[in-house]
Design a protein around this ligand. Structure first.
Ligand code: GDP
Ligand code: GDP
Length: 453
């Protein structure tokens, strides 16, 4: 597999790939002390593990980025939390369940020197129903002596126990080869969504970002700072909306309400970038009561470049009259050409008007952002589109589109394999038709071309 294939997707033709390809996730589960952390460190090939993300509300699941034989994937370590013995069995079974929902392959680690315990068996009962690959790891097989004991783990019914010594590295290379064989190229649908979905509130100063956050949060009580005894990163706010928890990222400045006067344009753009980077969906606020400005366009540009899902919120609607509405429509036609796919909602953070509509809009946008079209369906559709409207000739030759595949999600990214270059206009046409057919409201869609000789 050629990892670089995913990185080189260059959509805007500036010579740099701008893809954020989502990576598949390997979950490591098992009871405490079997050597999960040791194994994770072995997989990462380093002692100090850099925290890539903290997806859960509670911090008992941490993901790290790993790279083996040129393939990148996420490793989810479920260790770190030791419940009392009574709750242990339930806890480990629950972790196995969560892994089945959120990962693309699972390692169940068992201590070969101890053999199968009732807790291991509880996890196995869950994992037998798993639709994703499960690999049984017999750890602490430091020498041949232990191998015999490890063989008894066949009895768990998860197939051959892979014998390793995480501490010494024995057998871990072979194990990782097996892992790569079991992991899909890209995450399956809906994975990596282990925690609350992450929202960025962006927009130039004074559009009403902090007012909206306050409105959404209602009173202080619905902003969760402390969940299950763990402190949430103080720069983010967890907010309950529509029966779900959402994580509004990088809101410290909004909450504290630092003076806007001190925020230079440069600083504002850094803040916007870092919030977008941390988010999955952005709510971009525009002050509907005054003309759209250069500053708005710069933020739109950052949002468009980020590849995040997007909802456009036209705020201060309480100040908008008939005339202004007319003008605004003209401005939108002129200025929002980079994000015509974004859904719009006219709100007032002041009165609360239509603020509740933001939640279904974010949900739709994220659904689009996560969406995957099967290769079969994609190509059946593509064949018809191309037969009806073939690509324009170039240099007296007709480029042929042979095949298409969705190379990634978040955002959906399509690759067309062709015999010649396709003009930007034709790629935009393909994108339009893709949207008509499959519906990607609220999400960017990327179409790139790979020319084959
Ligand atoms: P976790 O609780 O499952 O994450 O387990 P740890 O990785 O913290 O390991 C628990 C203990 O087992 C530690 O003292 C490790 O040094 C030890 N351990 C881990 N892997 C091995 C191994 O392959 N062989 C031996 N002998 N000990 C190991
Ligand atoms: P931020 O800089 O983007 O966080 O903007 P703020 O939330 O501080 O809002 C800037 C100003 O706009 C404040 O005086 C708010 O009271 C006002 N404002 C925010 N939302 C609305 C709205 O929906 N209607 C009206 N009339 N004023 C608003």
């Amino acid at each position: 597999t050629d990892e670089s294939e995913w990185d080189v997707l260059d959509i805007d033709g500036d010579g740099e790939g701008e893809q954020h390809v989502a990576m598949p996730t390997l979950a490591v589960v098992g009871r405490p002390n079997v050597g999960k952390s040791t194994l994770v460190n072995r997989i990462l090939g380093r002692r100090e593990a850099v925290v890539e993300d903290v997806p859960g509300v509670t911090r008992d699941r941490i993901s790290y980025e790993a790279n083996w034989a040129g393939r990148r994937f996420m490793v989810q370590d479920t260790g770190g939390w030791e419940p009392d013995a009574k709750g242990l069995q339930q806890h480990v079974a629950r972790q196995a369940e969560v892994a089945m929902e959120t990962a693309d392959a699972i390692l169940l680690v068992v201590d070969a020197t101890v053999g199968a315990t009732t807790t291991d068996e509880a996890a196995v009962r869950k994992l037998r129903r798993s639709k994703i690959p499960v690999i049984l790891v017999a750890n602490k097989v430091d020498d041949q002596k232990v191998e015999l004991e490890a063989a008894s783990l066949w009895s768990l019914g998860l197939g051959e126990p892979r014998m390793v010594s995480a501490a010494h590295g024995r057998g871990t290379g072979d194990l990782l080869d097996d892992v790569l064989g079991a992991l899909p190229e890209t995450p399956r649908e809906g994975t990596g969504v282990a925690g609350p979905r992450r929202v960025a509130l962006v927009g130039k100063p004074n559009v009403g970002k902090s007012s909206l956050l306050n409105k959404l949060a209602g009173d202080e009580r619905s902003v969760v700072h402390d969940v299950a005894g763990t402190t949430v990163d103080p720069v983010d706010s967890l907010v309950e909306l529509g029966g779900k928890t959402w994580k509004f990222v990088d809101t410290a400045g909004l909450r504290r309400k630092v003076s806007n006067a001190t925020g230079t344009e440069f600083y504002a753009s850094l803040r916007t970038k870092s919030a977008l980077e941390a988010s999955e969906v952005a709510i971009m606020l525009i002050d509907a009561s005054v003309p759209i400005t250069e500053q708005d366009l710069r933020v739109i540009s950052l949002v468009a470049d980020s590849g995040r899902a997007l909802v456009l919120a036209f705020n201060k609607w309480d100040l908008v009259d008939e005339d202004r509405r007319y003008m605004l429509e003209r401005e939108i036609d002129r200025d929002l050409v980079r994000v015509p796919w974004a859904q719009r909602v006219n709100i007032s953070a002041h009165t609360g008007r239509a603020v509740a509509k933001l939640v279904p809009q974010m949900e739709t946008a994220l659904e689009s952002w996560d969406k995957r079209i099967s290769t079969g369906r994609l190509n059946t559709w593509l064949k018809e589109v191309i037969a009806a409207t073939p690509p324009p000739m170039r240099g007296g030759r007709q480029p042929r589109v042979m095949f298409a595949t969705q190379a990634g999600t978040r955002p959906p990214t399509f690759v067309l394999f062709t015999t010649g270059f396709l003009e930007a206009g034709y790629r935009r046409f393909i994108e339009r038709r893709l949207r008509e057919e499959f519906g990607f409201d609220g999400s960017p869609v990327r179409v790139s071309v790979r020319v084959r000789e």
